[in-house]
Ligand binder design. Structure first.
Ligand SMILES: [Zn+2]
Length: 105
């Protein structure tokens, strides 16, 4: 999985196409990501101690990683992710547009 929690991504397909948001969780086993404000689903919630009235809760549902593109924090463009190795052997992500290392090292 090349997308990480905290990344800013652009949605490239589906009903939220064109939306940008921050990745709030990553599900590597399912190849899915959860993006803030994207793929919102409404859930009916039964009354509980927490929500006495019950009602409708809106929350982002996971979407496939292939439906989003990383927005490079350096050049602010949606980009493909490349990988490179640093001198110490650490694998880092690189923006294919500006060639900058995306990961903070
Ligand atoms: Zn870039």
């Amino acid at each position: 999985m090349d997308i990480k929690k905290g990344d800013l991504v652009l949605v490239i397909s589906g009903k939220d196409k064109g939306k940008r948001g921050k990745v709030i969780s990553v599900l590597p086993a399912e190849e899915k990501v959860v993006v803030e404000g994207v793929n919102i689903v409404k859930r009916h919630v039964r009354p509980s101690a927490k929500m006495r009235q019950g009602g409708i809760v809106e929350k982002p549902a996971p979407l496939y990683r292939c439906k989003v593109m990383l927005i490079c924090p350096r050049c602010n463009q949606p980009t493909r992710i490349k990988h490179t190795f640093l001198e110490d052997g650490k694998k880092v992500r690189v923006c294919s547009k500006c060639k900058e290392i995306i990961d903070r090292v």
